[in-house]
Design a protein around this ligand. Structure first.
Ligand code: ADP
Ligand code: MG
Length: 256
């Protein structure tokens, strides 16, 4: 029977969405007098949409985001030091193919990771391979790979994604060797792949993070050459939630 053969061929071609929908789609088309062109257009569009959705979800899980959050759930009113227009512009993701960098600076809880992830999610939706890591595990993994003579392979791994997000630079100081490996990664990606970095330390304090002012300067030089820095000055959103729940009192935070 030809319907069976169609189903087999659809499976063979991996057109699973059409395969699922075929019988219903055929019935509806017959009932509504749909033209061949319209019919083909409709079922192919559905297949493409379903494949795109699948790609996005695969890339999202490959990105290893700590959580999936978007700009839509970010309360810009709570953080007036952030220029919403600038973030929206970054969310168009032109910085990704251009190999440019975005740095979020600010104290804990002001939304650095949230915004980094939200831009990462946008990049994934736009089709860019993205990878999220915190600075400490990144350095640990480079150091381990170096000790095991696999540093080349590891650097390649971190250079593959079009967008690499390195969260929480500066929470813990990095030793000299780690700083040197980090510098190698940054110079390899320089002008080739985009970075999003977050840190609770201002750039002038990066000497302390990397222990060595020469390496710190070299790292900053490459990161900042093509970059946008978003300095967030404001209250912690985490604290605000605790204040609201009545767990703590914080005079600086207004109840809304
Ligand atoms: N302006 C905001 N609107 C909505 N949620 C926010 C906002 N700022 C922070 N959050 C939420 O508060 C928590 C802490 O934010 P996070 O981005 O992890 O802070 P940081 O990385 O700066 O320490 C997260 O759950 C985040 O989604
Ligand atoms: Mg964070």
């Amino acid at each position: 029977m030809s319907l069976e053969r169609i189903q087999d061929n659809l499976r063979h071609l991996r057109l699973y969405r059409i395969q699922d929908r075929l019988e219903t789609a055929l019935e509806e088309a017959a009932k509504n007098n749909v033209s061949y062109t319209e019919f083909l257009d409709e079922i192919l569009s559905q297949e493409v949409a379903s494949k795109q959705e699948k790609n996005i979800s695969v890339r999202t899980s490959m990105a290893k985001f700590p959580y999936v959050k978007t700009l839509e759930t970010f309360d810009f009113a709570f953080q007036p030091s952030i220029d919403k227009k600038r973030i929206k512009e970054l969310a168009e993701c032109r910085f990704v193919p251009n190999g440019e960098n975005v740095v979020f600076l600010g104290p804990p809880g002001v939304g650095k990771t949230h915004l980094a992830v939200a831009l990462g999610v946008k990049a994934v939706t736009e089709g860019y391979r993205t990878y999220f890591t915190q600075a400490m595990p990144l350095i640990a993994s480079l150091t381990k790979a170096y000790a095991e003579n696999r540093i080349e392979e590891r650097l390649k791994f971190y250079c593959q994604p079009k967008l690499l997000i390195i969260d929480e630079i500066g929470y813990i100081p990095i030793d000299r060797h780690g700083a040197h490996l980090f510098f190698q990664l940054i110079s390899r990606r320089y002008e080739k792949g985009a970075l999003i970095l977050t840190s609770n330390r201002s750039f002038s304090q990066w000497n302390e993070i990397f222990g060595d002012p020469v390496i710190a300067t070299a790292i900053l030089d490459r990161i900042l050459h093509h970059s946008a820095t978003i300095n967030i000055k404001g209250n912690s959103y985490r604290l605000r939630e605790k204040v609201k729940a009545g767990l703590i009192k914080e005079p600086d935070v207004e109840e809304s």
